[in-house]
Design a protein around this ligand. Sequence first.
Ligand code: NDP
Length: 361
Amino acid sequence: MMDFIAGFFAPWIVYALILVLNVALPARKVVGYVRDDLTNRPLEYRLNGPLVLSVLVLLWAAVGRTGVLGWDWLYVHRWPSLAGSCVLGLLFSFVMVLSARGTGRTFLADLYFGRSQNRQFFNARVDAKMFLYLVGATMLALNLLSFLAHHILTFGSSASPGVLLYCFLFFWFVVDYLVFENVHLYTYDIFAERVGFKLCWGCFTFYPYFYAVGLWVAADLPDPRTPSWLLVVFAMVFFVGWTLSRGANMQKYFFKTEPERALLGFMKPVSLSDGKNALLDSGFWALSRHVNYLGEILMAAGLTLALGRPGLWAAWLYPLYYVALLVPRERADERRCAEKYGALWTEYVRRVPRRIIPWVY
Ligand code: NDP
């Protein structure tokens, strides 16, 4: 029973610690993309994700090294920890929704989608959405480390290189997100979503626990002896995806912040304009209208393949989730852009006819 209680409250303690570190540690100050409802000025953010992650990873290492808790404590307590994060995610959703003004929809719709769009606390030191993503990314990293530790403690020198590769690539994914936190300020979640159950529970529970589903089911399994050359191919699938996703996101970020700046010094932006608005029509944004979504799906597929167990259906839930999330999101974003940009968007669609996969879809 004591073990269950400890596991249940572990994410509560970790999330509280993340909040304290987010408030207290030095941060870069960044002007965002969305505007404050009251002043109509762009919101300002304090971002310190890489620092918060580093402190927590060091803490995890110190706790493991000194034997206070086992290296794989989070793996051993993964079910109660998942339950604790679920309850906390639900409670936090209620707090965020009940403390904001209704949107005029039903309470259940407000609870799920949220009421307020962008809220900041502690004298604007913490932004609700960026804090939620920080929690998701950091807890996912801690889970991955602990799950990896369990695999190594179980199999020692016969540990699967695929599992090591999976963790390395996933860490790349997490660190990449935190290093480019400022770029994320220009994404759909920030300018179109509200803070409700979808986002709160999504970041407290779904992101740190479900994203690791591949290791959740493979940490206890022996090395499937995937040939090294195949692991290299799987890592390449991941990095092709990363290039598409990071490249497209950076190109759009520069276009919005420094419209003349060339990506990587040579990819000069070419855009379509109607005199009022402009859309990128070159580089990644000429391949398809959401090639970054293809990139995200390829990264997820590369991660799953790296485990070397293509028959393990549960590990495929992760890339499938991206397909289920991003295909409808592309449709929703398309409607938003058609409304916002009008004839300019129609021209862009004529020039770049594919939605996600170049030449195919
Ligand atoms: P996008 O980055 O594609 O943003 C869409 C917005 O970009 C549009 O609404 C429009 O906004 C602007 N835009 C669209 N076309 C153009 C163009 N040609 N030129 C200039 N601006 C354009 O989508 P998301 O925000 O959904 O995704 C951002 C990233 O986050 C992606 O890489 C995605 O895969 C990733 N992601 C990751 C998730 C994860 O769990 N790892 C979950 C969801 C997304 P505007 O009105 O500002 O012009």
